[in-house]
Design a protein around this ligand. Sequence first.
Ligand code: GLC
Length: 418
Amino acid sequence: MRRLIPVVLAMLLVAGCSAAGTQESERFGGTGPFTLVIGRPATAYLQPLLDRWNQAHPEERATLLELPEAADEQRAQMVANLQAKSDRYDVIGLDVIWTAEFADAGWILPLERSMFPLDRFLPPVVDTAIYRDKLWAVPYTSNAGLLYYRKDLLAKEGFKPPKTWDELRTQARTLHTRYDIGGYAGQFLAYEGLTVNFTEAVQSAGGQILNQDGTTVTMDVAKAKAGLDFLVDGFREGWIPQESLSFKEDEAQLAFEEGRLAFARNWPHAYGPATASAVAGKFGVTRLPGLDGPGTGSLGGYNLAVSAFSKRQKSATEFIRYFTGLENQRRVLADGSFPPVWAELYDDPALIKRFPYLPVLKQSILSARPRPTSANYNQVSLVIASAVSNALTPPFEEVGDDVVASMKGQLDEIIRAR
Ligand code: GLC
Protein backbone atom coordinates (compact mmCIF):
# COMPACT_ATOMS: atom_id res chain seq x y z
CA MET A 1 0.00 0.00 0.00
CA ARG A 2 2.79 2.38 0.97
CA ARG A 3 4.37 1.77 -2.41
CA LEU A 4 1.16 2.74 -4.13
CA ILE A 5 0.95 6.18 -2.58
CA PRO A 6 3.78 7.78 -4.61
CA VAL A 7 2.31 6.26 -7.77
CA VAL A 8 -1.12 7.71 -7.05
CA LEU A 9 0.44 11.03 -6.19
CA ALA A 10 2.39 11.02 -9.43
CA MET A 11 -0.78 10.23 -11.36
CA LEU A 12 -2.58 13.09 -9.71
CA LEU A 13 0.28 15.39 -10.54
CA VAL A 14 0.24 14.38 -14.18
CA ALA A 15 -3.53 14.81 -14.30
CA GLY A 16 -3.11 18.23 -12.69
CA CYS A 17 -0.54 19.27 -15.24
CA SER A 18 -2.65 18.17 -18.22
CA ALA A 19 -5.71 19.83 -16.75
CA ALA A 20 -3.72 23.05 -16.54
CA GLY A 21 -3.00 22.35 -20.20
CA THR A 22 0.51 23.76 -20.11
CA GLN A 23 3.07 21.81 -18.19
CA GLU A 24 2.79 18.30 -19.60
CA SER A 25 6.52 18.50 -20.33
CA GLU A 26 7.12 18.44 -16.55
CA ARG A 27 6.18 14.80 -16.70
CA PHE A 28 9.29 14.32 -18.78
CA GLY A 29 12.10 14.63 -16.30
CA GLY A 30 15.78 15.08 -16.94
CA THR A 31 17.76 17.84 -18.53
CA GLY A 32 21.31 17.88 -19.84
CA PRO A 33 23.27 17.05 -22.98
CA PHE A 34 21.41 14.68 -25.25
CA THR A 35 21.59 12.89 -28.58
CA LEU A 36 19.56 13.08 -31.77
CA VAL A 37 19.67 9.89 -33.81
CA ILE A 38 18.58 10.03 -37.44
CA GLY A 39 19.42 8.46 -40.80
CA ARG A 40 21.93 9.90 -43.20
CA PRO A 41 19.92 11.55 -45.95
CA ALA A 42 18.57 13.93 -43.32
CA THR A 43 21.91 14.68 -41.71
CA ALA A 44 23.83 16.44 -44.49
CA TYR A 45 22.71 19.94 -43.52
CA LEU A 46 21.90 19.35 -39.86
CA GLN A 47 25.05 20.29 -37.96
CA PRO A 48 24.75 24.08 -38.46
CA LEU A 49 21.15 23.88 -37.22
CA LEU A 50 22.27 21.94 -34.15
CA ASP A 51 25.10 24.43 -33.58
CA ARG A 52 22.54 27.20 -33.22
CA TRP A 53 20.66 25.25 -30.56
CA ASN A 54 23.94 24.37 -28.84
CA GLN A 55 25.06 27.98 -28.68
CA ALA A 56 21.85 28.97 -26.98
CA HIS A 57 21.77 25.88 -24.71
CA PRO A 58 25.32 25.13 -23.57
CA GLU A 59 24.05 22.90 -20.74
CA GLU A 60 21.82 20.92 -23.07
CA ARG A 61 24.00 20.34 -26.06
CA ALA A 62 22.64 18.11 -28.82
CA THR A 63 24.97 15.54 -30.38
CA LEU A 64 24.08 14.05 -33.74
CA LEU A 65 24.22 10.26 -34.07
CA GLU A 66 24.13 9.50 -37.75
CA LEU A 67 22.68 6.22 -39.00
CA PRO A 68 23.13 4.71 -42.49
CA GLU A 69 21.18 5.85 -45.53
CA ALA A 70 18.87 2.84 -46.00
CA ALA A 71 15.66 2.95 -43.95
CA ASP A 72 15.93 -0.78 -43.08
CA GLU A 73 19.41 -0.37 -41.64
CA GLN A 74 18.34 2.63 -39.60
CA ARG A 75 15.46 0.66 -38.18
CA ALA A 76 17.64 -2.37 -37.40
CA GLN A 77 20.10 -0.27 -35.40
CA MET A 78 17.39 1.57 -33.55
CA VAL A 79 15.51 -1.61 -32.70
CA ALA A 80 18.66 -3.32 -31.39
CA ASN A 81 19.39 -0.32 -29.19
CA LEU A 82 15.86 0.09 -27.87
CA GLN A 83 15.29 -3.61 -27.26
CA ALA A 84 18.30 -3.41 -24.97
CA LYS A 85 16.61 -0.43 -23.22
CA SER A 86 19.72 1.63 -23.86
CA ASP A 87 19.64 5.33 -22.93
CA ARG A 88 22.01 6.23 -25.77
CA TYR A 89 19.21 7.79 -27.81
CA ASP A 90 17.23 10.75 -26.52
CA VAL A 91 15.53 12.25 -29.59
CA ILE A 92 14.73 9.64 -32.22
CA GLY A 93 14.28 10.57 -35.89
CA LEU A 94 11.52 8.13 -36.79
CA ASP A 95 10.63 7.27 -40.35
CA VAL A 96 6.85 7.81 -40.63
CA ILE A 97 6.37 4.06 -41.04
CA TRP A 98 7.72 3.17 -37.60
CA THR A 99 5.34 5.09 -35.34
CA ALA A 100 3.02 2.15 -34.64
CA GLU A 101 5.78 -0.37 -34.05
CA PHE A 102 7.81 1.84 -31.71
CA ALA A 103 4.72 2.98 -29.81
CA ASP A 104 3.43 -0.58 -29.36
CA ALA A 105 6.81 -1.73 -28.12
CA GLY A 106 6.89 1.05 -25.51
CA TRP A 107 10.11 2.55 -26.91
CA ILE A 108 8.78 6.10 -27.33
CA LEU A 109 6.61 8.31 -25.14
CA PRO A 110 3.26 9.84 -26.02
CA LEU A 111 3.47 13.62 -26.24
CA GLU A 112 1.05 16.33 -25.22
CA ARG A 113 -0.53 17.70 -28.40
CA SER A 114 -1.07 21.18 -27.05
CA MET A 115 2.69 21.69 -26.77
CA PHE A 116 3.10 21.74 -30.57
CA PRO A 117 1.47 23.92 -33.25
CA LEU A 118 0.05 20.91 -35.07
CA ASP A 119 -2.79 22.89 -36.63
CA ARG A 120 -0.21 24.84 -38.65
CA PHE A 121 1.23 21.62 -40.15
CA LEU A 122 0.04 19.78 -43.27
CA PRO A 123 -2.76 17.51 -41.95
CA PRO A 124 -1.72 14.16 -43.55
CA VAL A 125 1.74 14.69 -42.12
CA VAL A 126 0.38 15.03 -38.57
CA ASP A 127 -1.58 11.80 -39.05
CA THR A 128 1.67 9.86 -39.51
CA ALA A 129 2.63 10.69 -35.91
CA ILE A 130 -0.70 9.58 -34.42
CA TYR A 131 -1.42 6.02 -33.40
CA ARG A 132 -4.33 4.78 -31.31
CA ASP A 133 -5.42 8.38 -30.82
CA LYS A 134 -2.16 9.50 -29.25
CA LEU A 135 0.62 11.71 -30.56
CA TRP A 136 3.90 9.77 -30.47
CA ALA A 137 6.22 12.11 -32.32
CA VAL A 138 6.26 15.54 -33.91
CA PRO A 139 6.49 15.88 -37.69
CA TYR A 140 9.86 17.22 -38.73
CA THR A 141 10.15 16.71 -42.49
CA SER A 142 7.62 15.37 -44.94
CA ASN A 143 8.41 13.62 -48.20
CA ALA A 144 6.79 12.71 -51.48
CA GLY A 145 8.37 11.18 -54.56
CA LEU A 146 8.92 13.40 -57.58
CA LEU A 147 9.85 12.69 -61.17
CA TYR A 148 13.15 14.36 -62.05
CA TYR A 149 13.56 14.87 -65.79
CA ARG A 150 16.14 16.26 -68.20
CA LYS A 151 14.50 19.42 -69.44
CA ASP A 152 17.18 19.95 -72.10
CA LEU A 153 16.71 16.53 -73.70
CA LEU A 154 12.92 16.73 -73.57
CA ALA A 155 13.08 20.12 -75.32
CA LYS A 156 15.33 18.72 -78.07
CA GLU A 157 12.76 16.02 -78.79
CA GLY A 158 9.74 18.30 -78.39
CA PHE A 159 8.47 16.28 -75.40
CA LYS A 160 6.39 17.68 -72.56
CA PRO A 161 7.04 16.27 -69.05
CA PRO A 162 5.19 12.92 -69.01
CA LYS A 163 1.94 12.56 -67.09
CA THR A 164 1.25 8.90 -67.85
CA TRP A 165 3.31 5.73 -67.89
CA ASP A 166 2.81 5.45 -71.65
CA GLU A 167 4.33 8.88 -72.14
CA LEU A 168 7.17 8.14 -69.74
CA ARG A 169 7.85 4.79 -71.41
CA THR A 170 7.95 6.32 -74.91
CA GLN A 171 10.15 9.23 -73.87
CA ALA A 172 12.49 7.14 -71.73
CA ARG A 173 12.90 4.61 -74.54
CA THR A 174 13.58 7.33 -77.12
CA LEU A 175 16.08 9.22 -75.01
CA HIS A 176 17.79 5.96 -74.02
CA THR A 177 18.30 5.05 -77.66
CA ARG A 178 19.20 8.47 -79.05
CA TYR A 179 21.42 9.79 -76.28
CA ASP A 180 22.98 6.61 -74.92
CA ILE A 181 21.56 7.37 -71.50
CA GLY A 182 19.55 5.34 -68.97
CA GLY A 183 15.84 6.01 -69.54
CA TYR A 184 14.34 5.82 -66.04
CA ALA A 185 15.29 4.57 -62.58
CA GLY A 186 14.13 4.73 -58.99
CA GLN A 187 15.10 2.85 -55.83
CA PHE A 188 15.17 -0.76 -56.97
CA LEU A 189 17.43 -2.50 -54.45
CA ALA A 190 15.46 -4.88 -52.21
CA TYR A 191 14.66 -2.65 -49.18
CA GLU A 192 12.02 -0.15 -48.08
CA GLY A 193 12.81 2.06 -51.07
CA LEU A 194 11.69 -0.70 -53.45
CA THR A 195 8.54 -1.25 -51.41
CA VAL A 196 7.81 2.45 -51.84
CA ASN A 197 8.49 2.38 -55.60
CA PHE A 198 6.28 -0.68 -56.10
CA THR A 199 3.53 0.66 -53.83
CA GLU A 200 3.53 3.88 -55.83
CA ALA A 201 3.23 1.90 -59.06
CA VAL A 202 0.28 -0.08 -57.69
CA GLN A 203 -1.41 3.06 -56.39
CA SER A 204 -0.78 4.83 -59.66
CA ALA A 205 -2.67 2.03 -61.40
CA GLY A 206 -5.58 2.71 -59.04
CA GLY A 207 -4.79 -0.12 -56.60
CA GLN A 208 -3.85 -0.53 -52.97
CA ILE A 209 -1.91 -3.24 -51.14
CA LEU A 210 -3.25 -3.07 -47.57
CA ASN A 211 -5.96 -1.03 -45.91
CA GLN A 212 -4.85 1.95 -43.84
CA ASP A 213 -4.47 0.22 -40.49
CA GLY A 214 -2.79 -2.76 -42.09
CA THR A 215 -5.46 -5.26 -41.00
CA THR A 216 -6.63 -6.42 -44.44
CA VAL A 217 -4.88 -7.21 -47.70
CA THR A 218 -6.88 -5.17 -50.18
CA MET A 219 -4.68 -5.94 -53.16
CA ASP A 220 -6.51 -6.17 -56.47
CA VAL A 221 -4.35 -8.61 -58.42
CA ALA A 222 -4.92 -6.97 -61.83
CA LYS A 223 -3.97 -3.49 -60.58
CA ALA A 224 -0.96 -4.76 -58.69
CA LYS A 225 0.15 -6.60 -61.79
CA ALA A 226 -0.26 -3.45 -63.89
CA GLY A 227 2.10 -1.65 -61.48
CA LEU A 228 4.59 -4.48 -61.53
CA ASP A 229 4.47 -4.77 -65.33
CA PHE A 230 5.39 -1.12 -65.74
CA LEU A 231 8.66 -1.78 -63.90
CA VAL A 232 9.36 -5.25 -65.33
CA ASP A 233 8.81 -3.96 -68.88
CA GLY A 234 11.34 -1.21 -68.30
CA PHE A 235 14.00 -3.71 -67.27
CA ARG A 236 13.08 -6.19 -69.96
CA GLU A 237 13.10 -3.56 -72.71
CA GLY A 238 16.26 -1.93 -71.41
CA TRP A 239 15.03 1.62 -70.75
CA ILE A 240 15.42 0.97 -67.03
CA PRO A 241 19.13 0.19 -66.63
CA GLN A 242 20.18 -3.07 -64.98
CA GLU A 243 22.48 -1.23 -62.61
CA SER A 244 19.48 0.35 -60.91
CA LEU A 245 18.78 -3.00 -59.22
CA SER A 246 21.39 -1.78 -56.74
CA PHE A 247 20.05 1.77 -56.41
CA LYS A 248 18.95 3.33 -53.16
CA GLU A 249 18.20 7.07 -52.99
CA ASP A 250 21.89 8.08 -53.19
CA GLU A 251 22.78 5.99 -56.21
CA ALA A 252 19.72 7.18 -58.15
CA GLN A 253 20.62 10.76 -57.29
CA LEU A 254 24.22 10.36 -58.38
CA ALA A 255 23.28 8.71 -61.68
CA PHE A 256 20.93 11.60 -62.45
CA GLU A 257 23.46 14.23 -61.41
CA GLU A 258 26.14 12.64 -63.57
CA GLY A 259 23.85 12.75 -66.59
CA ARG A 260 23.40 8.97 -66.74
CA LEU A 261 19.59 9.08 -66.51
CA ALA A 262 16.90 10.91 -68.45
CA PHE A 263 14.26 10.39 -65.72
CA ALA A 264 14.57 9.47 -62.06
CA ARG A 265 12.13 8.93 -59.25
CA ASN A 266 13.55 10.45 -56.10
CA TRP A 267 12.63 12.46 -53.04
CA PRO A 268 12.82 16.27 -53.03
CA HIS A 269 16.09 16.40 -51.12
CA ALA A 270 17.87 15.42 -54.35
CA TYR A 271 16.85 18.79 -55.80
CA GLY A 272 19.32 21.08 -53.99
CA PRO A 273 22.43 18.98 -54.77
CA ALA A 274 21.34 18.59 -58.43
CA THR A 275 21.36 22.38 -58.84
CA ALA A 276 25.09 22.23 -58.09
CA SER A 277 25.83 19.25 -60.35
CA ALA A 278 26.60 18.61 -64.01
CA VAL A 279 22.87 18.80 -64.81
CA ALA A 280 22.33 22.19 -63.12
CA GLY A 281 19.93 24.27 -65.19
CA LYS A 282 19.09 21.25 -67.35
CA PHE A 283 16.49 19.49 -65.23
CA GLY A 284 12.99 19.91 -63.86
CA VAL A 285 10.70 18.04 -61.47
CA THR A 286 7.08 17.09 -61.79
CA ARG A 287 4.53 14.74 -60.23
CA LEU A 288 5.00 11.01 -60.60
CA PRO A 289 3.13 9.70 -63.63
CA GLY A 290 0.50 6.96 -63.45
CA LEU A 291 -1.55 4.65 -65.61
CA ASP A 292 -4.13 7.21 -66.74
CA GLY A 293 -2.69 10.50 -65.48
CA PRO A 294 -0.63 11.76 -62.54
CA GLY A 295 0.19 8.94 -60.13
CA THR A 296 -0.23 8.58 -56.39
CA GLY A 297 2.96 8.64 -54.36
CA SER A 298 3.70 7.26 -50.91
CA LEU A 299 3.96 9.70 -48.06
CA GLY A 300 7.44 9.72 -46.55
CA GLY A 301 9.24 11.75 -43.94
CA TYR A 302 10.63 11.84 -40.46
CA ASN A 303 9.05 12.62 -37.10
CA LEU A 304 10.91 13.31 -33.88
CA ALA A 305 10.11 11.17 -30.84
CA VAL A 306 11.39 10.99 -27.24
CA SER A 307 12.95 7.70 -26.20
CA ALA A 308 11.26 5.99 -23.29
CA PHE A 309 14.73 5.14 -21.95
CA SER A 310 16.19 8.63 -22.22
CA LYS A 311 17.38 10.29 -19.04
CA ARG A 312 17.09 13.73 -20.66
CA GLN A 313 13.46 13.68 -21.67
CA LYS A 314 12.74 17.27 -20.72
CA SER A 315 15.62 18.62 -22.80
CA ALA A 316 14.67 16.25 -25.62
CA THR A 317 11.09 17.53 -25.66
CA GLU A 318 12.15 21.18 -25.60
CA PHE A 319 14.52 20.52 -28.45
CA ILE A 320 11.76 18.90 -30.51
CA ARG A 321 9.63 21.98 -29.94
CA TYR A 322 12.44 24.20 -31.14
CA PHE A 323 13.43 22.02 -34.07
CA THR A 324 9.93 21.74 -35.46
CA GLY A 325 9.32 25.47 -35.05
CA LEU A 326 8.75 27.77 -38.01
CA GLU A 327 12.19 29.36 -38.13
CA ASN A 328 13.99 26.06 -38.12
CA GLN A 329 11.57 24.57 -40.63
CA ARG A 330 12.45 27.32 -43.08
CA ARG A 331 16.09 26.21 -42.81
CA VAL A 332 15.15 22.57 -43.31
CA LEU A 333 13.91 23.60 -46.73
CA ALA A 334 16.39 26.36 -47.55
CA ASP A 335 19.54 24.54 -46.36
CA GLY A 336 18.56 20.90 -46.78
CA SER A 337 15.93 21.01 -49.54
CA PHE A 338 13.80 18.74 -47.35
CA PRO A 339 10.04 19.31 -47.40
CA PRO A 340 9.01 21.21 -44.28
CA VAL A 341 5.89 20.28 -42.30
CA TRP A 342 4.55 23.81 -41.85
CA ALA A 343 1.81 24.40 -44.45
CA GLU A 344 2.45 28.15 -44.86
CA LEU A 345 6.02 27.69 -46.08
CA TYR A 346 4.71 26.12 -49.29
CA ASP A 347 2.98 29.40 -50.16
CA ASP A 348 5.89 31.70 -49.30
CA PRO A 349 6.80 33.69 -52.47
CA ALA A 350 10.51 33.98 -51.59
CA LEU A 351 10.79 30.24 -51.08
CA ILE A 352 8.81 29.48 -54.24
CA LYS A 353 11.23 31.68 -56.16
CA ARG A 354 14.12 29.63 -54.89
CA PHE A 355 12.36 26.24 -55.08
CA PRO A 356 9.96 26.61 -58.02
CA TYR A 357 8.64 23.09 -57.50
CA LEU A 358 7.12 23.88 -54.08
CA PRO A 359 3.51 23.99 -55.36
CA VAL A 360 4.07 20.63 -57.14
CA LEU A 361 5.55 19.24 -53.95
CA LYS A 362 2.66 20.42 -51.81
CA GLN A 363 0.25 18.79 -54.22
CA SER A 364 2.33 15.60 -54.21
CA ILE A 365 2.38 15.46 -50.40
CA LEU A 366 -1.33 16.14 -50.07
CA SER A 367 -2.20 13.51 -52.67
CA ALA A 368 0.33 10.91 -51.42
CA ARG A 369 -1.00 7.89 -49.60
CA PRO A 370 0.43 7.02 -46.21
CA ARG A 371 1.84 3.53 -45.83
CA PRO A 372 -0.18 1.30 -43.48
CA THR A 373 -0.08 2.24 -39.80
CA SER A 374 0.75 -1.22 -38.61
CA ALA A 375 3.05 -2.49 -35.88
CA ASN A 376 4.30 -5.21 -38.22
CA TYR A 377 4.77 -2.97 -41.23
CA ASN A 378 8.39 -4.07 -41.42
CA GLN A 379 7.45 -7.69 -42.14
CA VAL A 380 4.97 -6.53 -44.76
CA SER A 381 7.64 -4.45 -46.44
CA LEU A 382 10.19 -7.26 -46.49
CA VAL A 383 7.74 -9.56 -48.28
CA ILE A 384 6.94 -6.91 -50.89
CA ALA A 385 10.54 -5.86 -51.52
CA SER A 386 11.80 -9.41 -51.90
CA ALA A 387 9.01 -10.55 -54.25
CA VAL A 388 9.35 -7.45 -56.44
CA SER A 389 13.12 -7.70 -56.52
CA ASN A 390 12.91 -11.28 -57.82
CA ALA A 391 10.48 -10.22 -60.51
CA LEU A 392 12.72 -7.37 -61.70
CA THR A 393 15.84 -9.50 -61.92
CA PRO A 394 16.72 -11.20 -65.22
CA PRO A 395 15.91 -13.63 -66.71
CA PHE A 396 12.40 -12.44 -65.67
CA GLU A 397 11.17 -15.97 -65.30
CA GLU A 398 8.50 -15.13 -62.80
CA VAL A 399 5.09 -14.53 -64.28
CA GLY A 400 3.50 -11.30 -63.02
CA ASP A 401 0.26 -13.00 -61.94
CA ASP A 402 2.16 -15.58 -59.90
CA VAL A 403 4.36 -12.99 -58.22
CA VAL A 404 1.40 -10.93 -57.19
CA ALA A 405 -0.70 -13.90 -56.09
CA SER A 406 2.12 -15.31 -53.98
CA MET A 407 2.82 -11.90 -52.46
CA LYS A 408 -0.83 -11.61 -51.56
CA GLY A 409 -0.75 -15.05 -49.90
CA GLN A 410 2.29 -14.16 -47.80
CA LEU A 411 0.82 -10.82 -46.75
CA ASP A 412 -2.40 -12.58 -45.70
CA GLU A 413 -0.37 -14.90 -43.49
CA ILE A 414 1.46 -12.06 -41.78
CA ILE A 415 -1.77 -10.31 -41.06
CA ARG A 416 -3.51 -13.43 -39.78
CA ALA A 417 -0.58 -14.11 -37.45
CA ARG A 418 -0.95 -10.72 -35.72
C1 GLC B 1 12.70 8.38 -47.43
C2 GLC B 1 11.34 8.63 -46.83
C3 GLC B 1 10.96 7.50 -45.91
C4 GLC B 1 11.03 6.19 -46.68
C5 GLC B 1 12.42 5.98 -47.25
C6 GLC B 1 12.46 4.75 -48.16
O1 GLC B 1 13.69 8.50 -46.47
O2 GLC B 1 11.29 9.84 -46.13
O3 GLC B 1 9.66 7.69 -45.38
O4 GLC B 1 10.66 5.10 -45.87
O5 GLC B 1 12.80 7.10 -48.02
O6 GLC B 1 13.69 4.53 -48.70
